[in-house]
Design a protein around this ligand. Sequence first.
Ligand code: PMV
Length: 313
Amino acid sequence: MKTKPTQATAPGKAILFGEHAVVYGQPAIAVPITQVQATAAVESASRGSGLTIVASDLQKRLTLAEDSRKEPLIAAARLTLSHLSAPEPDATLTIRSTIPIAGGLGSGAAVATALVRALANFLSHRLKPAEVSALVFEVEKIHHGTPSGIDNTVIAYEQPVYFVHGKSVERLTVKEPFTLLIADTGRPSPTGKIVGRVRRARQREPARYDALFDQIGDVTDEARRAIEMGDIEAMGPLMDENHELLIELRVSSPQLDELVETARLTGAMGAKLSGAGRGGNVIALVEDSTAAEVAEALKEAGAVQVIRTKVGR
Ligand code: PMV
């Protein structure tokens, strides 16, 4: 019997506060970014063909029979089938994504989320966000060893979240919508590597690093209050403060610092790197009246793409 083709999507994400510290038990705040997304489509294939996963952007064509436990797409499909106690279907699953790879916008988690959702839908199952998040967390471990779980959570729930590793998810109420610019450096931000460097640095200087993580946690808690109370003005300086602390963690770069500086000088209320750092992107909090000007300046300063997004609407 032929099953109806299905499709599912998943958004990108940006971490507003708390990256890196979140790996060590501190809180972080992240929001979905719907301007970029991953899409997975599944359709029936000939009998006996099994499941084929095609990711043309990544130039990958994979079958479940392949023994590549390190391949996140195969892992995502296997985990979903085993979660649903379903046999491998005869189908082709095609992945597409407009989210820059290793760009700090959650590309890996979004691709896995779209895949899990589409495969479950194809098999006539509707998974809850918590189920999708748990499956994608397992896939994230293949990508970068010790993920905090923030990417899979914000992407599977598709809502602003206040996240603490190991605690239940708290959805964040955004009292007043605010505008963010996300400026992509075009340089990769290999999360696993950077998280590994921070871990080794902490082993050498535990007291210094733990104090920095505590300070980032305090900034994140203040930002949470500002977001929930609609105090947008308070958020800018908190972003600036978070960026300084990330510099002290040595995860920034001259290019990230330059984009942050450009945003501030051209009217942003605050700016910081977002995600693992070294490359990836910078986020800037802007008033709608200055957004176009700041975006232009970021491009002139070398950003390959600037996304404008409204959080809380
Ligand atoms: O996936 P990225 O690059 O947006 O960053 C992940 C955020 C980190 O805090 C650096 C790592 C983690 O697992 O939370």
